[in-house]
Design a protein around this ligand. Structure first.
Ligand code: BDP
Length: 708
């Protein structure tokens, strides 16, 4: 960036010219995954010729010598990207034929994040102009244009006009200040709190670039199981340094706040939200933060959940707690209050507790409070129905929370592309639109989406190369929930690995089928929460002795000699009653419910006849087998793709797939061995018996598993 600045050439027009060829040395092309989808691999063939002919210089607005840092970042990225896409052709290249003008200045009556890319002509030269609602739009415009160029599209025919579907598109990091990442499978935290604010790692800039390229505009930097001391002045200074670094990329910082902080770090006798001294403490704290970080996003709060303190400790409601913090922030920021609550003393079906606690509070939350709701009613399982709160709180700002890190989908070692899972929930009809379809995406569109980040200190950021796709997909879907999983997979794979149609023709279907494979070999037909205790690595369907009932897999499977599945119909917990009547009616009948959700809502006899003609037991075995077989196919497919991928990443993916093959079979075998011990049934003809007796699987222990 500095070299580009030094080479700035001021024009009489008041625009600044950056020569793309000289602005930056070509991006390092180490294929260790660090470059993510921003590696800008050199184009080939006609696409290369077209870009070489266009050969743009890059201009940015200059107001009497002042260059907005966001525009500078946009221009730098364009320069970096184009030089890299031109590969060898970028060397010794004269000043360009074409022009890219980064011209965002703020346009009245336009969404500040909307960008437009349009062609223009100037003295016989072709140009592309990026304009937008505000400076920040240009960073999205630059990345949008670079995506098109990276995909090999003709610069002459690029026109774009995009605005994000939702205002808040954020990552929630479950990173602890000591560097450990809760549910992190990619090494240590990327945030170097120890050396901040004095030292800012280059990774922080590359992280911001990656986020901006997919439209992420908010980052909560610390674990929702928060440490109160992160509200102390030294941490505010550290956070301010990050905020400064990320501001040009359109990212606002948020902090997870521990509700008991006034007691923990200030020695107040109470954290009661209705106590004036408590409110005053938070008010002063907010003022202190805003003095250092004028665009601070706000607080993310996990309260009265899994042992975290909260307003209920003082007999107050979630609304009391959230509104007190919201008043402290005022119109400067937002309180994001999580709806992931369930209690040790509540015997109600866990899947119902959040709805029961929150829906009666509809309309009571302050305007700058967002209630953040997980995609499903339990906890980020490979498949859940959509959360019944979506659509049921019309007078509350609701935001969707998804988990990008794959706590329950095989950690980083299993290839599971999550866009189909998120597409499934975003497209789900909540039934709350009367005769009109009202999807989850429509419910959250005025507010936003949060994803629990999967980044870490691993060189490839996410622990495995294919997990980068989930970070990418999360951002793309939050920007535009109408994008299809297929399109997202295709553009990610083309930018990350190879644009070759042969490669994409094999890799994209493999990605698209991968999540269903995980559902099949872990928890088919609506089963959930069958993983081992604590670390959540591997199967543990037999676990039934944990102190809290809803921590036990047996609580969810309800497997007995007669059948399996959780009766959540009117004869059982009646969780179905929390859904709109049209949805509940469809799901209340085991014959009409989508079989993928059958055992979530119904306790079904082992010999129940499925629509497939198989019995339930046969159907379960069929799914476990299909899942394990699918992973074998994925590994086979990948083995044919070596010519398209560099050696290092090819081998890394191959080895991860070998782990996944082994672990898919482990899930299948351990689960079947356990179900057989419950139902006494033999396996259907042709099905392979589990490799080991049940006791072997029960005896496995993994105290060193990551992410705990
Ligand atoms: C669970 C995780 C736990 C998180 C919790 C949450 O196992 O580590 O703290 O979600 O979302 O799935 O708060």
């Amino acid at each position: 960036m500095m070299r580009g600045r030094e080479l700035v050439n001021r024009l009489a027009t008041g625009l600044v010219l950056l020569c793309a060829a000289l602005a930056l040395a070509p991006a390092a092309r180490a294929e260790d995954g660090y470059g993510l989808w921003l590696r800008y691999a050199p184009l080939e063939g006609e696409a290369l010729e077209r870009l070489a002919r266009f050969d743009p210089e890059i201009r940015i607005n200059d107001h009497a010598g002042y260059i907005d840092p966001t525009l500078a970042a946009a221009a730098d990225e364009l320069a970096r990207g184009i030089v890299s896409l031109l590969g060898d052709r970028a060397k010794a290249r004269p000043s360009g034929n074409g022009i890219i003008e980064v011209a965002c200045e703020g346009m009245m009556d336009m969404n500040p994040e909307r960008f437009i890319v349009t062609p223009f002509r100037e003295a016989g030269r072709r140009g592309l102009r990026i304009t937008g609602g505000d400076y920040g739009a240009c960073i999205y415009g630059a990345f949008g244009l670079l995506r098109e160029l990276s995909l090999g599209h003709d610069p002459a025919s690029i026109t774009l006009d995009e605005a994000p579907a939702m205002p808040l598109r954020m990552l929630n990091h479950w990173d602890n200040p000591d560097g450990h990442v809760e549910r992190g499978y990619a090494g240590r935290s990327i945030f170097d709190w120890w050396h901040l604010p004095d030292r800012l790692d280059q990774r922080m800039i590359d992280y911001a670039r990656a986020n901006a390229s997919i439209g992420i505009n908010g980052v909560a930097v610390n674990n929702v199981n928060a440490r109160a001391f992160m509200l102390e002045p030294d941490y505010i200074a550290k956070l301010a340094r990050l905020a400064d670094a990320w501001r040009p990329y359109g990212i606002r910082v948020f902090l997870s706040a521990r509700f008991s902080a006034p007691v923990d770090i200030c020695g107040l006798a109470t954290a009661d939200p209705l106590d004036p001294a408590v409110a005053a403490w938070w008010q002063a704290k907010a003022d202190e933060i805003y003095a250092a970080i004028p665009d601070f996003g706000g607080f993310l709060v996990k309260a009265n959940s899994e042992g975290q303190p909260g307003p209920q400790d003082y007999g107050r409601s979630h609304a009391d707690g959230a509104n007190m913090l919201a008043a402290a922030l005022g119109d400067r920021g937002t309180v994001i209050w999580r709806a992931f609550v369930y209690s040790a003393d509540d015997e109600t079906d866990r899947a119902m507790q959040a709805y029961n606690e929150f829906v009666p509070l509809d309309g009571q939350f302050a305007d700058n409070v967002i209630v953040q709701v997980k995609n499903g009613p339990v906890d980020f399982q490979p498949r859940e129905p959509f959360h019944p709160m979506f659509g049921a709180m019309p007078n509350t700002h609701l935001m969707l929370e998804a988990q990008v890190t794959k706590e329950y989908l095989g950690f980083a070692s299993h290839l599971a592309f999550l866009a189909p899972m998120w597409e499934e929930v975003l497209d789900a009809d909540t039934g709350h639109g009367g005769t009109v379809v009202r999807t989850v995406a429509q419910v959250v569109a005025p507010v936003g989406m949060a994803g629990v980040a999967n980044t870490g200190s691993d060189r490839n950021w996410t622990g495995s190369d294919f997990d980068q796709a989930n970070w990418y997909a999360f951002g793309r879907l939050a920007w535009n929930p109408q994008l299809s999983s297929d399109q997202i997979a295709r553009e990610w794979a083309a930018q990350t690995f190879s644009r070759d149609p042969q490669f994409l023709g094999a890799a994209v279907p493999m990605m698209l089928e991968s999540r269903e494979a995980v559902v099949d070999y872990m928890t088919p037909l609506g089963l959930a929460h069958q993983m081992a205790t604590g670390h959540h690595y591997g199967p543990g369907p037999w676990v039934c002795d944990l102190p809290r009932p809803e921590w036990n897999p047996c609580y969810y499977s309800r497997a007995d000699a007669e059948g399996i599945g959780f009766d959540r119909s009117a004869t059982g917990s009646n969780a179905l009653g929390q859904y709109a009547s049209a949805i509940a009616a469809r799901w209340s009948d085991p014959e009409t419910i989508d079989p993928a959700l059958l055992l979530w809502f119904h306790h079904v006899g082992w010999n129940h006849q499925m629509r497939s003609g198989r019995t339930l037991w046969e159907e379960l075995v069929w799914h476990y087998d299909r899942g394990a077989a699918k992973v074998d196919t994925m590994a086979e497919t990948w083995s044919t793709l070596s010519e398209y991928v560099d050696e290092e990443r090819f081998r890394a993916v191959s080895e991860m797939l070998a782990i996944q093959q082994r672990e898919a079979r482990w899930w299948r075998d351990a689960s079947l061995a356990y179900w057989q011990s419950v139902n006494g049934l033999s396996l259907p003809a042709g099905a392979e018996p589990p490799a080991h007796p049940l006791d072997y699987y029960r005896g496995l222990e993994f105290p060193e598993a990551p992410g705990q």
